[in-house]
Ligand binder design. Structure first.
Ligand code: HMG
Ligand code: MG
Length: 302
C-alpha cells in the first residue's frame, strides 16, 4: 500500500525565487517563508549561500536569515540553506544554521555549468563541507541533479545517478534528493531509479524526490514514488521555480498540486491547503504574473 504520511519539503523561497527575473525585496521573501511555515509546511528551504554573482536573486541570503531570526527566533536556524563549498558553509555557520544542503550533478556538463567544476571535482568540493558540518552537529542533505535527463547530454543512465548518489551519501549526507531538474521523468523511470538505488543498498527511507513539471508528469511521478515507499517530496508553492543554469528547466511541482493529490489519497501531510494557496496568490501579485499551477489558480482566493 501507500505510505500513511509524507513530509513535504518546501523549496519555493529557494528553487522558486532563484529563477525569477525580478529580485524580490527582502521583506517579501521573509514574509513568504513565514507564511509557508504558518501554513504548516514542516521544512522550508530558505535561500542559498552561493556566489552572489551566480545567483543575484539570492544575494541577500545573510540578511534574509538575520531577518528571519528576528521574526522566528531560534526556529530560523533550522531552515535548510544551500551551500556549494567551504565559503558557503562559512557564511551559513556564521549565522548558526543547523541544516545545509549540497547539490551535486549526475552529469559532467551540468557540474561545469552549475558549479564551475568537473563531475569528479564536485565530490572534492563537497567532502570538507560535509565533514565540517557533521563535526559541528549540522545535518546535510544532498541533491543530485539531472537524474532523468540532461539538456546537453541527453538521457542519463540509472547507474550514473546511483553512482553519484552513493558517493554523496558516503560523504555523510543524511538524505538524497533525486532531482528531475528539467522535468523529463516519467513514472516507469522513477520506479526503475528507486529500484536501482535499492539494489545498491540505498533504501527509500534515505531518498526524497524533487520533480519539475515541464511535461506535466510531476504528480504521476510522485505516485510512482509513493508506491515504491518514498515519504519525502520536494515542492514549491505555486509551482515557482527552475534552475538558472539548466536550459529548459521550468517550474517545480506545485505544493498545491501535491497537497490536493495527497488529500484525495488520504495520506497525512500536515499542511493547510487554503493557506498555501493564499500565499501563492499573494506571491503571484508580487511577481506580477499568475501561478503556472492549475491547482494553485483553482484554489486562489477570489
Ligand atoms: P567559482 O567562481 O568557481 O568560485 O564558483 P571560486 O571558488 O573560484 O571563487 C571565486 C570567488 O567567489 C572568490 O572570491 C570566492 O571567495 C567567492 P574572490 O577571492 O575572487 O574575491 N566565492 C563565494 N562567495 C560567496 N559565497 C560562496 C562563494 N564561493 C566562492 N559560496 C561556485 C563556484 C560553486 C561558488 C558557483 O558556481 C556557484 O555559486 N554556483 C551556484 C549555482 C546555483 O546556485 N545553482 C542553482 C542551485 S542548484 C538547483 O537549482 C538544482 C536543485 O534544485 C535540484 C534539481 O532541480 O536538480 C537543487
Ligand atoms: Mg530544482
Amino acid at each position: 500500500g501507500l505510505p500513511e504520511a509524507v513530509t513535504i519539503y518546501e523549496v519555493g523561497p529557494r528553487d522558486g525565487l532563484q529563477n525569477e527575473k525580478a529580485v524580490v525585496p527582502l521583506a517579501v521573501k521573509a514574509e513568504f517563508v513565514t507564511r509557508l511555515l504558518d501554513a504548516g509546511l514542516p521544512i522550508v528551504e530558505a535561500t542559498s549561500f552561493v556566489h552572489p554573482r551566480w545567483v543575484p536573486q539570492l544575494a541577500d541570503a545573510a540578511e534574509l536569515m538575520t531577518e528571519l531570526g528576528d521574526r522566528l527566533g531560534d526556529r530560523a536556524r533550522d531552515l535548510p540553506v544551500l551551500v556549494p563549498n567551504d565559503r558557503g558553509l562559512d557564511r551559513a555557520l556564521a549565522l548558526g544554521q543547523r541544516h545545509v544542503a549540497v547539490f551535486g550533478s549526475a552529469t559532467e556538463t551540468f557540474a561545469q555549468r552549475n558549479l564551475n567544476c568537473g563531475y569528479e571535482e564536485q565530490f572534492a568540493m563537497f567532502a570538507p563541507v560535509v565533514e565540517r558540518s557533521l563535526a559541528a552537529g549540522i545535518d546535510v542533505r544532498a541533491y543530485v541533479s539531472m537524474c532523468f535527463g540532461d539538456p546537453w547530454e541527453g538521457p542519463v543512465a540509472l547507474e550514473r545517478v546511483v553512482a553519484a548518489g552513493v558517493r554523496l551519501l558516503g560523504l555523510g549526507a543524511s538524505q538524497l534528493s533525486l532531482g528531475d531538474t528539467i522535468g523529463v521523468a516519467t513514472a516507469g523511470h522513477v520506479t526503475a531509479l528507486i529500484e536501482a538505488f535499492g539494489a545498491a543498498g540505498v533504501g527509500v527511507d534515505r531518498l526524497a524526490l524533487h520533480f519539475h513539471d515541464t511535461y506535466g508528469q510531476a504528480l504521476a511521478n510522485v505516485q510512482a514514488g509513493l508506491r515504491a515507499g518514498v515519504t519525502t517530496f520536494d515542492a514549491s508553492a505555486g509551482g515557482l521555480g527552475g534552475c538558472p543554469y539548466a536550459r529548459s528547466a521550468t517550474g517545480n511541482l506545485a505544493t498545491e498540486d501535491l497537497v490536493w493529490m495527497l488529500e484525495g489519497l488520504g495520506i497525512a501531510h500536515g499542511v493547510d491547503l487554503a493557506a498555501v494557496a493564499a500565499t501563492s496568490a499573494w506571491m503571484a501579485g508580487h511577481l506580477g504574473r499568475p501561478s503556472p499551477s492549475a491547482a494553485a489558480r483553482a484554489l486562489a482566493p477570489a
